[in-house]
Design a protein around this ligand. Structure first.
Ligand code: CTP
Length: 406
């Protein structure tokens, strides 16, 4: 019953599935949620605002302005604990994806600070179209959550994917979302992410291909479950969601990442080292651009501090340390050696031999190797889903006996 007292903006757009919005509203209200319904002009052709106003016990808002007043989309976007767009048409999803703002639903979407869930509803071919799929991918990359479509008979008579999820399933999902939102309440996490750059001279550096995606997905997943997250991230081009629970510390070098992590570590309950830290740096950083000379050149390198090993030494009994191992050969043996050497509670192994795993992919395929020698293998998944698996594992260790996945 996590929906009790939650403020939900339910945005209904123009699809035949709009009739399901009545059931959805009734179920949400029954669970104790306060529901503000928004409708597009097309949605009103499928279901009457009077029906939804009666069920939600609130006037439906369908225009940015009416004869008497201007609807304050900004305060609605701030008021809501969650925005649910159901049904979400291909047209509305496309507008969300590019930031078009031409009705109350798109205006509230652009102003919303809360999590946004959308339940697509459309015909089979519209659903499959690369344009729709591209838009959905973009929305998911913004941190919006897609509620998977169902398979079955569609309004066109065709059978396939594209049906809006059933109201009962949507309500269950939202209920889980709010329950999850408190799982890590009161806990603090430290996440290192991205590459580090070690300067050679003012214009060159030693770096690596890490994108920071995995670390950002972990930080977001933990923050969504209520943890306070300190994200220490090296130079990454990926945008970091603006989340009230995430504090971002941008660093460049391994030394800076080490210093920040060591400073933040004592207050944290769990540290995840997802950064691809350079192991070596030039012994001297040239003050001026190194000029090309006739002969070959040699760079003298020295070791950088090992952040994970340093935090492993500082670790207290209430703290959990999680590491990553990206290996190309002898994967398990190498990962196990790192697990012990760096005092990790578990290590997440990804092999570069698995297609779709590792740097710069949106997907990853992991194995979790634990201190007690047990291991779990996972399928190739999106980095958001991989982060959820890792966080479930952490939850199982932090809150044993709470019905987590251990
Ligand atoms: N790590 C770290 N600081 C470093 C090097 C690595 O915190 N200077 C962390 C990584 O974030 C990762 C784990 O240690 O969680 C293993 O990193 P990896 O690069 O695989 O291990 P290395 O110890 O550098 O060993 P090698 O490069 O020889 O495989």
């Amino acid at each position: 019953m996590s929906l009790r007292g939650k403020k939900i903006v339910l945005a209904v757009t123009g699809s035949i599935a709009a009739y399901k919005a009545a059931f959805l509203t009734r179920l949400l209200v029954k669970q104790g949620a306060e529901v503000q319904v928004l409708m597009t002009a097309d949605a009103e052709k499928f279901i009457s605002p009077l029906t939804l106003a009666t069920l939600s016990k609130k006037k439906v808002i369908s225009a940015l302005t009416d004869a008497e007043q201007w609807s304050d989309h900004v305060s609605l976007g701030l008021w809501a604990d969650l925005m649910l767009v159901a049904p979400a048409t291909a047209n509305t999803l496309a507008k969300f994806a590019v930031g078009i703002c031409d009705n109350i639903v798109t205006a509230v979407y652009l102003s919303a600070k809360c999590p946004v869930f959308f339940a697509p509803a459309m015909d089979l071919d519209m659903w499959k179209h690369p344009s729709t799929q591209h838009n959905i991918k973009r929305l998911v990359s913004f941190g919006n959550r897609m509620i998977p479509v169902g398979h079955g008979e569609l309004a066109s008579g065709l059978v396939g994917d594209g049906r809006m999820a059933e109201p009962e399933d949507i309500v269950r999902l939202l209920d889980n979302h709010f329950a999850e939102g408190n799982q890590f309440k009161g806990k603090t996490a430290l996440v290192t992410a991205g590459p580090t750059y070690e300067p050679i001279d003012p214009v060159r550096f030693i770096g690596n291909y890490s994108s920071g995606k995995m670390g950002i997905a972990l930080a977001t997943g933990l923050a969504n479950r209520g943890a306070k997250v300190n994200l220490v991230i090296g130079p990454s081009r990926i945008s970091i969601p603006d989340h009230p629970n995430i504090k971002v510390f941008k660093v460049t070098t391994a030394q800076q990442m080490y210093d920040k992590a060591v400073q933040l570590y004592p207050e944290c309950d769990v540290a995840i080292m997802a950064a691809a830290v350079a192991d070596y740096r030039p012994k001297q950083e040239a003050a001026e651009k190194i000029k090309k000379s006739a002969s070959d050149m040699t760079l003298e390198l020295e070791k950088t501090p090992d952040i994970a090993a340093g935090l492993g030494k500082m670790k207290q009994s209430h703290q959990l340390n999680i590491g990553f191992a990206l290996e190309t050969n002898d994967e398990e043996a190498n990962a196990k050696a790192k697990l012990v050497k760096k005092n990790f509670d578990f290590i997440v192994l990804n092999s570069l031999q698995d297609p779709g795993a590792g740097f710069n992919h949106d997907t990853n395929k992991i194995t979790i190797l634990k201190k007690d020698n047990t291991q779990k293998n996972f399928e190739l998944k999106s980095k958001t889903e991989v982060a959820a698996d890792i966080i479930d594992e952490i939850a199982g260790m932090l809150f044993p006996g709470n019905g987590n996945h251990n």
